[in-house]
Design a protein around this ligand. Structure first.
Ligand SMILES: [Zn+2]
Length: 299
């Protein structure tokens, strides 16, 4: 069996398709991607160029700087170029990660600014033809969060699906417990984005019994409502409440994450790794290695 250390990954092997040919995503439908950058002279299209370099089938972007309220202008021509570039790419799943400043669980000016920021992401998703928006909803006030989400949806023409992401910690934050997310999305068309790093840090033992964890999620939320998985390992300890992403095989969850790739119930999901670009090749190498093993395990 091919060992990870023996996998030679470099730019040329990626570009010739030598790597992607063996990928699980081609054979079983899983989409694989990274969070890509829209910075640079080509703007939004830059993210697709980055995705194409690695033959990705999934991609996430920030539609503006995620740590300031100021928005980023998106001209119709730029949006058109993005749509055209995507149509020529292998991308099957695209998501916008909303601003980290959003908190829909509070009152007053911050709530209003949060709605405007979310509406801005929804409008951009509409222009760019992006189907998912990932959202950290904010403080634990389910009714307030829900009202804020629906206000933003009401103000935007977008038909993108909002995915609530689970959080690593914070008792006062909505998202650490999946029970709260389940209550928020009940009787709505909202979905969920599962972040494996955050679940581990929040105290879900996905490293010991990933199957039981998925059974729990399926019963509580329904796996069909979780189209996107943030496939991150964790630098921080189990149940630490600390959000520190790590590359595959470089964190505390380690090779237990392989289970998620081979789980039949997750074969229609997009697996997106949120890591610095210099670690893209390392993570693709691990996935390639795991897929070789999974292929062996499959009948
Ligand atoms: Zn995430």
């Amino acid at each position: 069996m091919l060992k990870y250390k023996s996998v030679i990954l470099n730019e040329s092997s990626i570009c010739t398709g030598e790597i992607t040919e063996g990928l699980f995503l081609r054979r079983y439908g899983v989409d694989i991607g990274f969070h890509c950058s829209i910075s640079g002279s080509k703007g939004y299209v830059n993210a697709i160029i980055e995705a194409n370099r690695f033959h990705l089938t999934a991609m996430q972007i920030f539609a503006k700087s995620p740590r300031c309220w100021r928005t980023r202008e998106l001209k119709p021509l730029e949006a058109e170029n993005f749509r055209a570039a995507r149509a020529l790419s292998q991308l099957r799943t695209c998501a916008i990660h909303s601003s980290y400043l959003i908190n829909l669980g509070v009152e007053g000016e911050l709530w209003q600014k949060s709605i405007q920021s979310l509406k801005d992401d929804l409008d951009k998703a509409h222009m760019l033809g992006i189907e998912y928006i990932v959202l950290h909803p904010g403080s634990l006030n389910i009714d307030h969060v829900r009202n804020g989400i629906f206000e933003a949806l009401h103000q935007s023409p977008s038909t993108a699906t909002l995915l609530i992401e689970n959080a690593a910690g914070g008792d006062q934050r909505l998202g650490r417990k999946f029970e709260d997310i389940a209550r928020l999305i009940e009787n709505t068309t909202l979905g969920v984005c599962l972040d494996t790093c955050h679940a581990f840090a929040a105290g879900y033992p996905i490293h010991e019994d990933p199957q039981a964890f998925l059974d729990h999620l399926d019963a509580l939320i329904g796996l069909e409502r979780i189209p996107v998985i943030h496939f991150n390992d964790s630098r921080a300890d189990f149940a630490s409440g600390i959000d520190r992403h790590a590359s595959l095989l470089e964190g505390k969850i380690n090779d237990s994450l392989k289970y998620f790739l081979q789980e039949p119930r997750l074969q229609d999901k997009a697996f997106i790794i949120e890591i610095a670009p210099e670690k893209f090749l390392h993570n693709l190498g691990v996935i390639y290695q795991w897929q070789q093993e999974i292929t062996v395990l499959k009948p």
